[in-house]
Design a protein. Sequence first.
Length: 668
Amino acid sequence: MTRSLDRDAVENHPSCSSAGDVQTGVSTDLTSPPSRSWTGPLQNQDQHGEQPVGAAGSGPLRDKYIADWGKRAASFPSAGVLGPTSYSAVFSESADVARSSNVAGSLRDLKSRRSNLNAIDDGQIQLGAELLLILYDDFNLYEQMATTNFDQCEGYIFAVPVLKLIFGSVRRMLENAIEDRCDPLPSLRKLSKSIFENSSQPVGVDPQTTPEDFFGSMPRKWEIIGLMFSVFGSSACLLPQSDLAAHGAASLDRRGLGIVCVSAGEICLRFCDNSGVISEQLAWALLAHTSLLTFFYGDHDYRPWKTLGDLGSVIFALGFHQQEAFARLPFFLSEHRKRLVIGSYTLDKELATFLGRPPRLSWRHLDIEPPLDVDFYDIMAEPHAPDAALAKVNSEGWNTEAALSNVSYARVMYKMGPVREFVLEVSLNPGIYHDLEGRIAEIYTMSKEIQGQLPATLRWDRGDLDALEQDREKGYITLGTHLNFLHSEFILQRTLVKRKGTGSETLLNIAHEMLSVLLIAISHRSRDGRDNNTMAWTMSLYGLPSAGVLAIELLRQSQTIDPNPSFPRSEVIQNLSRFAADLEYVIWPHAGNYEICQQARKVLRHILDRVLSAPPAMPVAASSSSAAEIDFASMDWLTGDDTATWLNQDSDFLKWVDSFDWGQELGK
């Protein structure tokens, strides 16, 4: 499916002229032509006087698009890896057919090697050249930003040594291609065309391939250019101001650069889509772009969810869900590919949970071993990398030197993946009712078994939070692991309360633990904002639901004449007050989840105001809905709509609130 240019991001931000007034503080101003012309209409004529396809006067637009799709249909894009139920499996799995190279080859090559060049027009070449010009103008700044150790979720995939090799190859490509430094665009047009011509060429790999050979051999791919833009955009969202100042970009407009990178990344993905490209590098670009979209628009936005679906499709089409995809690969690439798959799988579970939707990548169809729990530098240290890496792990692949890294957390999430899928299955399927308690008990048992099998270094206690200042990465990994297990229990208990009407005491205890731990972590956050991404995500995923349950229970108890004495009312009020303040001051205004966190903050403060200013509870009339008759702890407290009302208007909770004449507008 052809991707559309993300112009709405630009149009909705008048403060950014077209692509955004990106002031970098270095030699080039991205707002000056022709660097930003790629976001506007293409010129009617190129430098040779030729009119691009689809320009004014070339006929109706519908004819152009029909012709474009006709070219794409004729190009026979790759079908990817075919499984045992495919149309060709009967033939390809037959020994007799396999011996006949003509028959087997004709079936295998339906994905065809026919050229896609007839699907490329001058407009695409011009657009590609102007994307390359954006890279060329400020390449030094972008490279410095992207290779800085910042808090990115996929750091174990797009590790600094990998990025340095990729960026180095692209730098050499640009420098070798440009003939006139004062007028680089004509040279970049030639380079853009060569990238389109190279788009369908696979990257050759054999067991002797080195990291330098592999990661440095693919600059002429739009997937790589798109990956670079997504990494640049992510660094603009995540780097603290002190790092930007150190790179000479103290005045950089994060929002403007983010708009440029989102749009450029979308264009590169559209180029790949138009060319029918299915490659490992495309999976990299999709994963990086999904992350950028969450940073820029928020985890609740449709765009990262859609791009994540495309990523899952590519993973399966490449056959990376099967162990065969890792055979006969050099050690570093096998490990990197495993990180790609479990990174995609983990992100799928996190977004599915955050949005309350079914996941797309299922553990039932993944037949791979997780990557080793070692640093990426160990993987890249050829030729003795396998022996050195294996010396640092036990038989289960866990690090034996008490070293924790992002890949340690990814391994935990991969191990916990089946549990989270069962949790989502139970919570999202209202048809699971009669044996709900039994299903939940089974999931609890599975979760506890996995938790007990983790290395001692990954088991959390409150003392780990005190060590955050000394070893921030280890503290956040153990914290994230603990909160992940708690969150699964929270979802299961909330489902049980909602569906069966059982008591909510266990749910409230879990919510109280989640919020208490989270507040301690927030108090130990990095003062320069280096871990802002971790904080924003953790507060959104774990803080909003736990705070919501506690706030609603606090409100209920404040209106009953017989409150539960075991409910820690004073501590809950203090924690909710602190969390509301943290939502306002900890999360940066340019963070993607900023708006939903501010909605939650307004609801929390409204409830706290009502609780602290309400008169002592009085018996209500028999005709009214008594607070004691309704269990609100399991109810939805934030809607997904961006409106002035933040409580579910269809719930009994709002009806109960209205019975006390508190008004309908909770946002005031």
